[in-house]
Design a protein around this ligand. Sequence first.
Ligand code: FE2
Length: 194
Amino acid sequence: MLKPFAERTHEKMKEVLYRPDAQGPEIHYYMIRGGKDKTNITVWETGTVGGEYIKTYGHYHIGNLDETYYISAGEGIVLLQKRIDNKDDEIEYFYAITVKAGDKVFIPSGVGHLVCNTGKIWLVTVDDSPVNFEEVDPVSLPGHADYEPVKKLKGFAYYCIEENGKPTLVKNPNYKIIPEPKWLTPEEYTQSLR
Ligand SMILES: [Fe+2]
């Protein structure tokens, strides 16, 4: 029977890190997938790798698929980036949303997303992405997620770095067009969707 859990290793995360040669924990985050019915749970390791907060790989969705993340424990930053005409290295807007337990963030279809753990404890989220368990690797690399643009550009348009104990965003030079990032609370972000 298929195991519904998987881990994202340091080896794999090197593809998208600010400092790929830096030392890091063997596992950056853990995934338990139940799909739409049982939901999906993600658990982030704490700390930084080469100054960058532990983060998820980041992806876009294939097809028309939105998603909502519920923060269950800890605190972090949700990074969202929207491409211009689906050109991978041209970004229309970039949001950094500061979240903590109790918050939720709606991710519209087509918007790239990742989350980093800026707190001292595990960051835990629950999301409602569908999972097709008939796929080749539905738990670690579900088919609704497109990781390739992020892999190609070695991460998102900004890396979230710890500087003097605080999160700050550093541009990824592989992108051609990057707007200034917008820092938002979950409430401000929700307002902006209306
Ligand atoms: Fe997603």
